[in-house]
Write a protein that binds this ligand. Structure first.
Ligand SMILES: NC(=O)c1ccc[n+]([C@@H]2O[C@H](COP(=O)([O-])OP(=O)(O)OC[C@H]3O[C@@H](n4cnc5c(N)ncnc54)[C@H](O)[C@@H]3O)[C@@H](O)[C@H]2O)c1
Length: 255
């Protein structure tokens, strides 16, 4: 059974959705969890009264704030660089350079800032694990708006390039690509489907024929961060009900 006893696990984007589930999963596995988010985290702590969870309100797009939040931690064994945002939903050619850059600033530069704040001490120690949250939208088209999808493709490459360039350091860096999951980011879609009586149609394009649950994503992050994945390096695992395994198909005409 995997345990993170005596280990410090930092989760960004911890106030909501997948990050919040990660905090719960790591706390149950006995980790000392450090929860970070741009949003207030008090509700999270109230939900986990029996666990060791420290809270830091920090914008990962602000490098100085990230540095100072991480500098308060004595030791980091695991970083789940999970915070991200969708950005505006517009037509493919309708983003200003600034709007595009704002999404990259959180999803890519912010992820990198967290890695940069956490990993040097891991390198010095010769051990540590990083799990970055990318998205199926970063694997190929069809799962998100242009800036978001490009930002998640960059996160996938960040994982691969860092894993390669951190060769021989003992630090493992991997990623996850969630499919569709109901969280703060996707709530509008789920609520609109519910309001139209079409909730049963959400998530039907993947072979498991349903949306994911936040814990199903968090469990894979915990596996990648754990000793059980000690020989997994530079990989980005799709946790998407099989969505990314198939070519496009006409629903109802599979074979
Ligand atoms: N929900 C999905 O279907 C889905 C699919 C693929 C990937 N993802 C990815 O999963 C991750 C978690 O998103 P979620 O779905 O749980 O959404 P969410 O909106 O519920 O949670 C995201 C959290 O990140 C925080 N955050 C945003 N910008 C931040 C910043 N600058 N600094 C610190 N915290 C910040 C938000 O406050 C929020 O609490 C994101 O990286 C997202 O891109 C989600």
């Amino acid at each position: 059974m995997t345990t993170f006893e005596s280990q410090t696990v930092v989760v960004t984007g911890a106030a909501s959705g997948i990050g919040r589930a990660m905090v719960g999963v790591f706390a149950k596995l006995s980790a000392n969890v450090v929860a970070m988010d741009i949003a207030p985290l008090d509700a999270l702590a109230a939900d986990l009264p029996d666990h060791s969870v420290a809270l830091h309100q920090v914008d990962i797009g602000d490098e100085r704030a990230v540095k100072s939040a991480f500098a308060q931690l004595e030791r980091i064994d695991v970083l789940c660089a999970n915070a991200g945002r969708l950005g505006p939903m517009r037509g493919p050619l309708d983003y200003s350079a600034q709007e595009f850059a704002d999404v990259l600033s959180t999803n890519v530069v912010g992820t990198y800032a967290c890695v940069r704040a956490a990993v040097p001490a891991m390198v010095e120690r010769g051990s540590g694990a990083v799990v970055c949250t990318a998205s199926v939208a970063g694997l190929r088209a069809g799962a998100g708006p242009v800036p978001y999808s490009a930002s998640k493709a960059a996160v996938i490459n960040l994982v691969q390039t860092l894993a390669f360039q951190l060769s021989g350091t003992g630090v493992r860096i991997n990623g996850i690509c969630p499919g569709l999951v109901e969280t703060g980011m996707t709530r509008g879609l789920f609520e609109a489907a519910r309001a139209a009586g079409k909730e049963h149609k959400v998530g039907q394009l993947n072979p498991l024929r349903r949306p994911g649950k936040v814990e199903e994503i968090a469990n894979v992050a915990a596996f990648l961060a754990s000793e059980a994945a000690s020989y997994v390096q530079g990989q980005v695992v799709a946790v998407d009900g099989g969505l990314s395994a198939s070519h496009p198909f006409a629903p109802g005409k599979h074979w």
